[in-house]
Design a protein around this ligand. Structure first.
Ligand code: NAD
Length: 357
């Protein structure tokens, strides 16, 4: 089979980690008889440099014409002085909205080999953390009405949090479907004790739950959820939440697992199309030094094979290759213990590609 992948390498460490993911995909292609055709386009800071804006219509069109998008990361201090609507990160919002990617899936799991990278007490994580955050991605306060106005206390700015029943229903279905393939538990996170938008969220989630009698549903207020993720992370299977709360909780959950350089993500819309990217940013502090951990991007490519191309066996092969090199003691700087040998980005990618069976 031939698959078309739009590739956005982005800024900072983006290009180097994406190149390693492409190497691993090519190896999968060789072994399993698939052809991955890459269409490279710009977005983020490099697009500002080339075209004056972070996202062009051409980039969006190439993505739309592809089966999936593989993205590195965008942004960096070079573009800090850009006006807010022309910053590199705007490209991400434009891609999500333009491609209709309303669901963000962020698994957070601990690899046995890295258990001691977890900052929590061992008894809290024994037996493993394995949760996935399903975050609504193109609604809520990040896309709501915004503006400024005069108030008796001086000029004020506002952003509106709004969710429609349809927006909540479609993301809730993704979470319940995911739970059916996992341990059949959904925790919906909101702030229904204060916000009307959260009360609507909770009502619709309960309606959707009626169609999934096998799935256990509970609700947490976001402040309690933030506490429970560090207090008892093993209780979670699927966490379903809004754009704003999901942004914050998914970073918290990623830290609980040890390294930001290990965690992949998928952004999905209707149908099988998806955009796949590591959860980390462009890490300007280590860009160009062969220090970045490419595993999060490589694992994002595995998610692409599983969710967009339906290639479960091939996705397993990538995940097993990552586990294999970890077992062999391959460590980038972010996951190495003091005194351990450190592998560079390129060497790590090569070893993972070689370990694909
Ligand atoms: P970051 O994730 O880039 O870096 C945070 C820390 O983690 C840094 O110390 C970095 O060196 C380290 N790190 C990140 N990825 C790593 C990897 N693969 N291997 C080893 N170490 C890694 O977050 P930041 O510093 O807050 O942001 C830097 C830039 O990235 C900003 O411009 C920000 O807006 C942007 N950003 C982009 C995305 C995205 O493209 N999806 C996401 C988050 C941040």
């Amino acid at each position: 089979m031939k698959y078309n992948i739009a590739v956005i390498k982005g800024d900072g460490i983006g290009p180097s980690v994406v190149e390693q993911a492409m190497l691993v995909l090519d190896r999968v292609g060789e072994i399993y008889g698939h052809e991955f055709e890459y269409h490279e386009v710009l977005a983020g800071g490099c697009s500002i440099d080339e075209y004056g804006k972070p996202l062009t219509q051409e980039t969006l069109d190439v993505c739309k014409d592809s089966d999936a998008v593989l993205l590195g990361a965008v942004g960096g201090p070079k573009w800090d002085s850009q006006p807010s609507d022309n910053r590199p990160e705007r490209a991400l919002l434009g891609l999500r909205k333009g491609l209709g990617l309303f669901a963000n899936l962020r698994p957070a799991m601990i690899f046995d080999e890295l258990a001691d990278a977890c900052p929590l007490k061992q008894e809290l994580v024994e037996g493993g953390i394995d949760l996935v955050i399903v975050r609504e991605l193109i609604g809520g306060i990040y896309f709501g009405e915004r503006g400024s106005r005069e108030t008796p206390m001086g000029p004020a700015a506002y952003d509106i949090e709004q969710y429609s029943e349809g927006e909540v229903r479609r993301i809730a279905k993704i979470a319940f479907d995911m739970a059916m393939k996992r341990r059949k538990k959904v925790t919906s996170v909101d702030k229904a004790n204060v916000l009307d938008s959260s009360r609507l969220w909770r009502r619709v989630v309960e309606e959707v739950a009626q169609d999934y009698p096998e799935v256990e549903l509970n609700h947490f207020y976001v402040d309690n959820a933030a506490m429970q993720i560090v207090r008892n992370p093993k209780q979670f299977d699927v966490i379903l939440t809004s754009n704003l709360f999901g942004d914050i909780l998914s970073d918290e959950a990623s830290q609980v697992t040890g390294s930001i350089g290990m965690l992949p993500s998928a952004s999905l819309g209707e149908g099988s199309f998806g955009m796949y990217e590591p959860i980390h940013g462009s890490a300007p502090d280590i860009a160009g030094q062969d220090k970045a951990n490419p595993m999060a991007t490589i694992l994002s490519a595995a998610m692409m094979l599983r969710y967009t191309f339906g290639l479960g066996k091939e996705a397993d092969a990538i995940e097993n290759a990552v586990k294999h090199v970890l077992k062999d003691g391959v460590r980038t700087g972010d996951i190495a213990k003091p005194g351990e040998k450190i592998s560079g980005t390129v060497e790590t990618g090569r070893l993972i590609a070689e370990a694909v069976k």
